[in-house]
Design a protein around this ligand. Structure first.
Ligand code: ADP
Length: 396
C-alpha cells in the first residue's frame, strides 16, 4: 500500500474513488459512493477482486467518504497510516488560474470554489470532495488535477470566440477544453507505444465516452479541442447536443417560452443520442438500430457525421495528422464507429484494416493498414492512473 495514491472524483451526488499504484497502474481498490443526500445511499467497494456493498442514508460528502474509509478499514487498510503518497482530486474547471496539477491549500480551495461560476455543476462538488478528504486525511498531501489544464496551450485563434471582446474578457468567455487529463495521457501513450518522440507527432485524439471530445495535439501540446467554455460544445454526446447554432437558444426562449434552466437541461441532459433516439448508451443504440429503429439509425449517422467533420478539420489544421487515436468507452469498444468515422479516406492517407479493427483488447493497438500514411490506433484511457501519477509528482 505504501506509495499508493487515492484518487477522488467527487460529483454532485456521488464520489468515485480508486486506490492506485502509480508505478504499476494497478487499482488496489475501486469504489463508488452514490445517491449522497438521498435516503437510499449506496457504496460499492471492490478490493482485490471482492465486491461489497453498503446501503443506507448518506447525508453528505464528508459522511460518504468516512463510510468509504470504513470499508477500507474492514479490508484491514487504515488509509491514515497506510503510507499513501498523496490524494489526487479530479477538478473540472481550472479557469485561467490553474494549468498544472496544484497542491491544495486553503487559498487554492477558495479559488476552485470561485471558479464555480464557470462550472456550476462540477466545481462546487469537486471542492466539497476535497474538503472532506482533507478533513479525513489531514497529514497526506492533496493535489488537484484539472480537466482543463492540458488545453492551457491552445493558441489564441483556437481559444477565442468571435464575440465582443469586452464582454468576453469581463466574463472569462473563451474555449477552455475538458477531458484534458485523458487527451494528455493518451497522446503520451501513443508516442510511447509507437516508440516515437512525442515532440515529433501531430495527433488527433478522439475521446468518445458518454461525454465526447476531440483534440489536435502537435508535439505534445494541445492546439485545438472541441469542448469550449463548458463541456457542451463539439461532438454529439450521450445526452449533450454538442455544436448547435446559438440562435437555437434564443429561438427556444422566444418561441417555446423555455427559461435558461430549461434550455440548460434540454441541451445537457435531453439531447445528443438520447434526444435523437431515446437512449444514451451506445450498446442500447446498436440494439435499436439492429431492430430497425429509424430514429436510432439517424442518431448514429448524426454522431458519425459530426465526428468526421472534426477529424477533417483537425487533419487540416495540423497540416496532416500522423496519428488518429480512439479512446474511452465507445472509442475503445465500438469498431463500427471507428470504421465509419474513417471510411473512404484512402485518398487522405487514412485506411483502416478491418481485421485489426475487429480485435477486442484492453491493450493499445494499431488498427490501420501498413500502407496507411496516418496511423490509426485504439489506446485505452486511464484518467485515474494519470491523476495518480500527477498527484505523486506534484505532492512533494
Ligand atoms: P464516461 O466515463 O464518459 O461516463 P465511458 O468512457 O465509460 O463514459 O463510455 C461510456 C460509453 O461507452 C457508453 O455509451 C457505452 O455504451 C459505451 N460502451 C461501453 N462498452 C461498449 C461496447 N462494448 N460497445 C459499444 N459501446 C460501448
Amino acid at each position: 500500500m505504501k506509495g499508493a495514491v487515492l484518487v477522488v472524483n467527487s460529483g454532485s451526488s456521488s464520489i468515485k474513488y480508486q486506490l492506485v499504484d502509480p508505478d504499476s497502474g494497478d487499482a488496489v481498490a475501486v469504489g463508488l459512493v452514490e445517491r449522497i443526500g438521498e435516503p437510499d445511499g449506496l457504496i460499492t467497494h471492490h478490493h482485490r477482486g471482492v465486491e461489497r456493498e453498503r446501503r443506507g442514508p448518506i447525508t453528505d460528502h464528508a459522511r460518504g467518504l468516512r463510510l468509504a474509509f470504513g470499508m477500507f478499514a474492514e479490508d484491514g487498510v487504515d488509509l491514515a497510516t497506510a503510507g499513501i503518497a498523496a490524494v489526487g482530486h479530479r477538478v473540472v474547471h481550472g479557469g485561467e488560474v490553474f494549468y498544472r496539477p496544484t497542491l491544495v491549500t486553503v487559498e487554492v480551495l477558495a479559488e476552485i470554489r470561485r471558479l464555480s461560476a464557470l462550472a456550476p455543476l462540477h466545481n462546487p462538488a469537486n471542492a466539497i470532495g476535497i474538503e472532506s478528504a482533507m478533513a479525513a486525511l489531514p497529514d497526506v498531501p492533496h493535489v488537484a488535477v484539472f480537466d482543463t489544464a492540458f488545453f492551457h496551450t491552445l493558441p489564441a485563434p483556437a481559444r477565442t470566440y468571435a464575440l465582443d471582446r469586452d464582454v468576453a474578457r469581463r466574463h472569462n468567455v473563451r474555449r477552455y477544453g475538458f477531458h484534458g487529463t485523458s487527451h494528455q495521457f493518451v497522446s503520451a501513450r501513443v508516442a510511447e507505444f509507437l516508440g516515437r518522440d512525442l515532440g515529433e507527432l501531430n495527433q488527433i485524439v478522439l475521446h468518445l465516452g458518454n461525454g465526447a471530445s476531440a483534440s489536435a495535439v502537435a508535439g505534445g501540446r494541445a492546439v485545438d479541442t472541441s469542448m469550449g467554455l463548458t463541456p457542451l460544445e463539439g461532438l454529439v454526446m450521450g445526452t449533450r447536443s454538442g455544436d448547435i447554432d446559438p440562435g437555437i437558444v434564443m429561438h427556444l426562449r422566444r418561441s417555446a417560452g423555455l427559461d435558461v434552466d430549461q434550455i440548460d437541461d434540454l441541451l445537457n441532459r435531453r439531447s445528443g443520442l438520447k434526444g435523437l433516439s431515446g437512449v444514451n448508451d451506445f450498446r442500447e443504440l446498436r440494439r435499436l438500430i439492429e431492430a430497425g429503429d429509424a430514429d436510432a439509425a439517424l442518431a448514429y449517422d448524426v454522431y458519425i457525421h459530426r465526428l468526421r467533420r472534426y477529424i477533417g478539420a483537425y487533419h487540416l489544421s495540423l497540416g496532416g495528422a500522423d496519428t488518429i487515436t480512439f479512446t474511452a468507452g465507445v472509442g475503445e469498444n465500438a469498431p463500427d464507429v471507428r470504421a465509419d468515422a474513417l471510411a473512404g479516406l484512402t485518398r487522405l492517407g487514412i485506411e483502416i484494416d478491418a481485421d485489426r479493427n475487429a480485435v477486442r483488447s484492453h491493450e493499445p493497438r494499431v488498427v490501420s493498414t501498413d500502407d496507411s500514411a496516418v496511423t490509426v490506433l485504439v489506446v485505452p484511457t486511464n484518467e485515474e492512473l494519470a491523476i495518480a501519477r500527477f498527484a505523486r509528482e506534484f505532492a512533494a
